[in-house]
Design a protein around this ligand. Structure first.
Ligand code: NAD
Length: 450
């Protein structure tokens, strides 16, 4: 389940060979390690220009407060760790030229694993066609730029709704996530901040300190990685999986100093049993990660009831039932957070996966509709949509198809389970409280499909 090719072409003879034959040369990605700098060099912060630099000025001051080496103009040939384009005040497409073309030459001198982040406003709330045009233009600009960057650098954007500003807690939280190695496999994506709620953690390395989290499907793969990452970030864990995976589940529970709950999540009373376990063993519940999922692939022409129903049952019907129990319970702690695992198949579709894509599209619809219900309790719910991730699930794909699938994204490699886990850990934190009803793709910017 590892992509040995990435290691092979990253140095020595493999690197020379790939260059000469014109083969893909994926970079070893910059991933989070405690104690390492947030970005690999100075951060250039550029504002909208035309005297509208208040948002950029405020943001630059906040970043200086984080101890970053902040620049308001680039020095020639300096290797930058990040470029942040604060475009919150642009009102016409002609205004993009200033900041964008000022940043352009610096793109040639980015450090390996650098980040470009745009901060702009959602086009839905624009007051005129010109404002909507420039705001939506940022979308096309960012997604194209992400496809141009090399050496593991990524570009992502933050969209501000009417209730959020450039230094709102979740704007800063999302910015910190995008700048850090936690977002290594997130590329060409946007996160929308809709409100001013939330707070940055006292300790940036322990953003989930004091929280109790449940992770379903945690015996292996992405679920086990989520449990490890939430534990690293300070949460106390309940790990859930089917009884048949009991040994692996117990091993994960031991590793993360949590408790194991053997449970088939399709059981009618699964929600109640999860809440009871969390309350009895940990005194309550703050975070639920709906990760358990299965595939039963067949062309629709050959689909049978068993395959169809089991995928819908595990991947979405159980989540709906568990959420109903959670929303009806008075034993959740304040500000509950739910994160569901969807899939890029549920967004772009995938041959042979009508049942799976229906279930994962279902997760996205469910998350959007549940957001206002959770907001009433000060909570949030979001989905993460992984693309090609190196797990048992994708190891079963035939070699040639697998090799194509893992290279067809801007980073030319599959993601690791930990990459999905990092995005989930961020969305489960109070720094993401102003983000809800959203779907964040962790796919290296898949080139096929939307
Ligand atoms: P995996 O098959 O390695 O692990 C899934 C886990 O869920 C297993 O431990 C399994 O026992 C458990 N599970 C299955 N049915 C269950 C049930 N009824 N009750 C409780 N537990 C149950 O899969 P993975 O690759 O780690 O995928 C995890 C999630 O990520 C799934 O929702 C999957 O659809 C999604 N996903 C994976 C990829 C990928 O590339 N691997 C891509 C997109 C989305």
């Amino acid at each position: 389940m590892t992509d040995k090719y990435v290691q092979f072409v990253s140095h020595g003879i493999g690197k020379d060979l790939a260059k000469r034959l014109g083969l893909p040369q994926p970079a070893v990605l910059r991933r989070y390690k405690a104690g390492e700098p947030l970005v690999p060099g100075p951060v250039l912060v550029l504002g909208s220009g035309n005297g509208k630099t208040a948002g950029a000025d405020e943001l630059a001051a906040a970043l200086v407060g984080w101890g970053l080496d902040v620049r308001r103009s680039a020095l020639p040939k300096e290797k930058l760790g990040a470029i942040i384009l604060v475009l919150d005040a642009v009102e016409h497409p002609e205004e993009l030229a200033g900041p964008v073309l000022t940043a352009a030459p610096s793109l040639r001198d980015l450090a390996a694993g650098a980040r470009v982040v745009t901060i702009s406003r959602t086009s839905a709330s624009a007051a005129s066609p010109a404002v909507a045009a420039v705001r939506q233009g940022v979308d096309g600009l960012l997604r194209s730029l992400a496809k141009e960057l090399r050496a593991g650098a990524t570009a992502n954007g933050i969209l501000l709704g009417d209730g959020a500003g450039t230094t709102s807690p979740s704007t800063l939280g999302a910015l910190r996530f995008f700048l850090s190695g936690r977002s290594a496999f997130v590329d060409g994506q946007f996160l929308t901040v809709t409100s001013d709620t939330g707070r940055l953690p006292a300790d940036a390395d322990k953003p989930l300190a004091g929280k109790v989290a449940v992770v379903t499907g945690a015996a292996r793969g992405i679920g086990a990685a989520i449990a490890r990452t939430l534990h690293r970030d300070g949460a106390r864990l309940v790990v859930v999986d089917i009884p048949a995976a009991g040994d692996h589940l117990a091993a994960v529970a031991n590793e993360v100093h949590g408790t194991a709950l053997q449970l088939d999540i399709t059981a009618e009373d699964a929600g109640r049993r999860i809440i009871d376990h969390a309350v009895e063993r940990h005194g309550g519940l703050d975070i639920v990660i709906h990760n358990a999922g299965i595939t039963r692939d067949k062309l629709l022409a050959n689909m049978d009831e068993g395959r169809w129903n089991s995928v819908i049952g595990v991947n979405i019907a159980s989540q709906l039932r568990i959420n109903e129990a959670l929303l009806g319970s008075d034993q959740l702690h304040k500000t509950p957070r739910i994160v569901s695992v969807a899939s890029t198949s549920g967004i772009a579709g995938n041959r042979g996966q009508t049942n799976y894509a229906a279930s994962k599209g279902g997760v996205i619809g469910m998350v959007r509709a549940t957001a206002p219900l959770l907001a009433e309790r000060g909570g949030s719910i979001n989905a993460v949509a992984p693309g090609f991730i190196e797990t048992d699930m994708t190891a079963r794909i035939p070699f040639a198809t697998r090799e194509v699938a893992r290279r067809l994204n801007s980073l030319q490699q599959g993601g690791l389970p930990g990459d999905v886990a990092e995005a989930i850990a961020f969305l489960a934190s109070d720094a993401a409280a102003g983000i809800t009803g959203e779907v964040l793709r962790v796919c290296g910017q898949n080139l096929v499909g939307a």
